[in-house]
Design a protein around this ligand. Structure first.
Ligand code: NIG
Ligand code: FE
Length: 421
């Protein structure tokens, strides 16, 4: 609402601002600079961060307005920017626990997909369930994301795989963006899999994506980014490049699922088309990492997916040391990463990829904002930015990562409105 009470958070054990003079994606040691204010305080007004500093400074400035504000005592707790999840497939219907059991008994993710399950199974759900059903199922998932500290997420299409149902999925996203407190940044991913009806003619499907789907998506202004699953037995590097360049011509910003299951020149395609980010990268080569570093592509790493598929984690240390900016994400989807928890992903970034807690937090906030090109309004706590803020029940930021498998979220404000706690 317009005429809300200001919110004044005081005595924050660590106000972790993520503020820095460096604009744009952070690399190497920049990722460890969290801009921490010990004993911090924030004044939120009109949905924005109005002011911040130490509690001592802020009391001098704002004591005369204390009466009109809602005061929050954050003694023994920390505050961070709302988490940002830059890679999800969160809009879907149904679930695939039977495939989980099949994999536990030895089937591989790709075996299941090639046998008509996997993405194809969820595509059948997208095509058969009502928009209302998909909307309601996803809204519950978004509630859980908020409860775990996420205030903005990216969401991909790619479970329609025909014009009508890709538009259906993207329209559900738009409706959720309007009706749910979560900010949703939409990505068109018609090239998520070759649908079964085009199995013998994958190039014809690529033509369909390029000639019909992209123009229709852009005409309705339903996406900001375009993504493709560049993978052995899915889309070749050549097909992936065609799709991404076609999207770019229509004003969509390229992203790419690259080198996830097998090395497939994904990193090269990313640099060639000028992608904002390359995602997964479990099997990226040393040369691929060098390419990404040279062209400033953001690596979006998904440690929950690697864990869930039983794959070796991405080489975050090599990627960071090479100078590639890193973001992290849940990859929330019903097959390879059925989780809504960014805090879990942050734990895993440390435990499985040896990222430091500071790097992990940067990757889940500021660098994630850069991967979505929204860092001018979210991703750090700075005067004038959107008041997307999380209060965590831990004394210092390391504990967020150290104590794992627990939801430490105490309160969440979205655009200055309390949505959790
Ligand atoms: O990022 N890799 C392709 N897409 C998703 C999985 C989607 C699904 O299995 O439904 C991923 O892992
Ligand atoms: Fe994905």
């Amino acid at each position: 609402g317009i005429s809300q009470k200001p919110i004044w958070i005081q005595n924050i054990s660590q106000l972790v601002t993520l503020a820095s003079d460096k604009k744009g994606p952070r690399i190497r040691e920049e990722m460890r600079e969290l801009g921490i204010i010990e004993g911090g305080s924030v004044w939120i007004e009109n949905g924005l961060i109005q002011d911040l500093g130490t509690t001592r400074e802020m009391i001098l400035k704002y004591l005369h307005r204390a009466e009109e504000a809602e005061i929050v005592d954050a003694t023994g707790k920390i505050v961070t920017p709302g988490l940002i999840d830059p890679h999800t497939h969160v809009v879907f219907g149904g679930s695939r626990e039977h495939e989980f059991e099949m994999r536990l008994e030895g089937a591989s993710y790709m075996d299941i997909m090639n046998a008509g399950g996997g993405i194809h199974a969820t595509t059948r759900k997208m095509r058969s369930l009502s928009e209302e059903h998909i909307f309601n199922q996803t809204a519950r998932r978004l509630d859980l994301f908020l409860q775990h500290g996420v205030t903005t997420l990216e969401s991909k299409s790619g479970y329609g795989l025909d014009l009508e149902n890709e538009l259906k999925q993207l329209r559900v996203m738009r409706k959720l963006h309007e009706k749910h407190p979560m900010d949703i940044i939409p990505t068109f991913m018609g090239a998520h899999a070759v649908p079964e009806e085009y199995r013998e003619n994958p190039d014809m499907f690529v033509d369909l994506v390029i000639e019909e789907m992209i123009p229709a998506v852009v005409k309705e202004n339903l996406a900001k980014f375009i993504d493709v699953f560049c993978e052995v037995d899915v889309f070749t590097p050549e097909q992936s490049e065609r799709v991404l360049l076609a999207g770019k011509e229509y004003g969509l910003i390229p992203k790419i699922h690259a080198d996830e299951i097998e090395e497939n020149k994904g990193a090269y395609v990313a640099t060639k088309v000028g992608a904002i980010s390359a995602e997964h990268l479990l099997k990226v080569s040393d040369e691929g990492i060098e390419e990404l570093a040279k062209s400033g592509v953001i690596a979006c790493l998904l440690p929950a997916t690697a864990l869930y598929l039983g794959e070796k984690p991405a080489r975050a240390r090599d990627i960071i040391d090479a100078g590639v900016p890193v973001a992290i994400s849940t990859d929330c989807n019903p097959g390879s990463s059925p989780t809504i928890s960014m805090p879990l992903v942050m734990n895993l970034a440390c435990i499985t990829m040896k990222m430091t807690p500071a790097e992990s937090l940067c990757a889940a906030t500021y660098n994630a904002a850069c991967a979505l090109q929204i860092e001018d309004r979210v991703g750090s706590i700075e005067v004038g930015k959107q008041a997307d803020i999380v209060l965590w029940d831990v004394h210092n930021h390391q504990k967020l990562h150290y104590i794992f498998g627990v939801n430490h979220v105490k309160k969440v404000w979205k655009k200055g409105v309390k949505v959790v706690g």
